[in-house]
Ligand binder design. Structure first.
Ligand SMILES: [Zn+2]
Length: 440
């Protein structure tokens, strides 16, 4: 009889495999971080001998969700700046606080954000921020997957005095994490309006040299388009195309102010778009034409953006908002079904993350999964699993989160770090943060 490390049993498994199988009374065999086999519990218990059997009872197992755009350390800015326009929000509240950030604050904020992600079913994220080495340290502590990059600005950040220093920090991260199973690095210029053509060219060259993907905020608002046209005579997507950025494997956060022709350009370059419905709604940036993107055949993943503009880091929230927002926007209730929203958070997320082992549960795939408690009142009765995941769940039904076969969260407990101690440290920071934001 073949042997595996873990045999996981549950009432349902939503696989997201090529046939989109949903299995009743099902089990998953896990060995060395990968799924060895998946099938009904009857078959699997006859077929496999395991070191550990974990019976999750009335739970629904799904692939771990992927948050394809965030600034995880911004949890410490949560609630400091709400109900403001993007440029005021950035310049009057966010940048002044960020100017005072330290590696320790970034580590604490990141660990809090990773705790929230694990608690709400996210197993991988793309993160752009300052002191990204400390974000990655927090990710190593929490155990989830992270594609990270030191943000590149034309002006000094608290972490890097120049864009060259930010690119050097990126290079250092690559030498530290090259070949790591869970932690990876990308080049991350912040946006077209906070950089110059020379800086973007340097980002492009570094990504090409080190064979890294590129992640940037792009075409987020009509104001960005106006500023880009005035400064460079081109709209943001054409400006990036002209600089050769789209030749790289890239994921683009937002892509709200965009034309049909520009979508065709992005599609022809295989660019992945990351849709952040909560952030776009809260900052009134506009509605990304996601249904048009999908019609073009583009890959559209989901992101939360930072906690200062959401204020949650739950991909369950983003799936639900994406499905609702585009129905309203197109005045068509079939324009973005639950199935599509779920695909965005899983299969498209895996493409944004650049790891084909993620996003589905099948033999050979990474054992990254989440179990939802089906005994919660909002999860009953269970007529349609995908509907329940997208429309009914909030994320707080998560009772187990696993990455590479390792349990990182289970029934109220984080396995890798002392969550109550983290809460105390976060509590002690509150006065300092309010003062730096000019609120105390
Ligand atoms: Zn962002």
């Amino acid at each position: 009889m073949p042997h595996c490390q873990i045999l996981l049993h549950a009432a349902r498994i939503v696989t997201q495999d090529a046939e989109r199988h949903v299995l009743d009374s099902a089990s998953m065999a896990i060995d060395h971080g990968l799924i060895s086999d998946i099938g009904t519990t009857d078959e699997m218990t006859r077929r496999w001998q395991a070191d550990t059997c974990l019976n999750l009872g009335k739970s629904l197992i799904l692939p771990g969700l992927i948050n394809a755009h965030t600034h995880v350390a911004m949890t410490i800015l949560r609630g400091l700046a709400d109900d403001m326009p993007l440029m005021d929000w950035l310049n009057k509240r966010i940048f002044p606080v960020e100017h005072h950030l330290t590696p320790r604050l970034v580590r604490l904020g990141s660990l809090l954000g990773f705790a929230e992600m694990l608690r709400t079913g996210t197993t991988a994220c793309t993160d752009m921020y300052i002191f990204e080495a400390d974000v990655l340290e927090a990710a190593a502590t929490a155990g989830l997957r992270c594609l990270a990059g030191e943000v590149v600005f034309a002006f000094p950040s608290a972490a890097c005095p120049t864009p060259t220093a930010a690119l050097e920090a990126t290079r250092d991260l690559v030498s530290r994490y090259r070949g790591h199973d869970r932690l990876r690095v990308a080049v991350m210029p912040h946006s077209v309006y906070t950089t110059t053509p020379q800086i973007l060219a340097a980002c492009r060259d570094l990504a090409a040299e080190l064979d890294l993907p590129l992640h940037i905020h792009l075409a987020e608002t009509p104001e960005e388009t106006r500023v880009c046209l005035k400064a460079h005579g081109r709209r943001p997507i054409d400006y990036c195309r002209n600089l050769g950025l789209l030749e790289l494997p890239c994921s683009l956060a937002h892509v709200v102010d965009v034309t049909e022709e520009e979508l065709a350009v992005l599609h022809s370059h295989n660019a992945v778009v990351v849709h952040n419905p909560s952030s776009n709604m809260k900052l009134a940036s506009g509605t990304a034409p996601v249904t048009s993107m999908l019609k073009h055949g583009m890959t559209v993943a989901l992101g939360t953006d930072g906690a200062a503009s959401n204020n949650r880091l739950s991909i369950f929230t983003e799936m639900r908002r994406a499905a609702l927002l585009h129905k309203l926007h197109t005045a068509n209730p079939v324009s973005l079904p639950a199935r599509t929203a779920f695909d965005m958070a899983t299969l498209a997320g895996a493409r944004a993350f650049g790891d084909p082992r993620l996003g589905s549960l099948a033999p050979g795939q990474a054992a990254d999964c989440v179990a939802l408690d089906l005994t919660e009142p909002n999860m009953q009765p269970l007529h349609n699993e995908i509907s329940q995941i997208v429309y009914s769940a909030t994320g707080m039904e998560t009772r187990l989160t696993m990455v590479a076969g390792e349990i990182l969260y289970q029934d109220g407990r984080f396995t890798r770090f002392d969550y109550p101690a983290l809460c105390e440290e976060i509590h002690d920071l509150q006065h300092f943060l309010r003062k730096t934001a000019g609120l105390a």
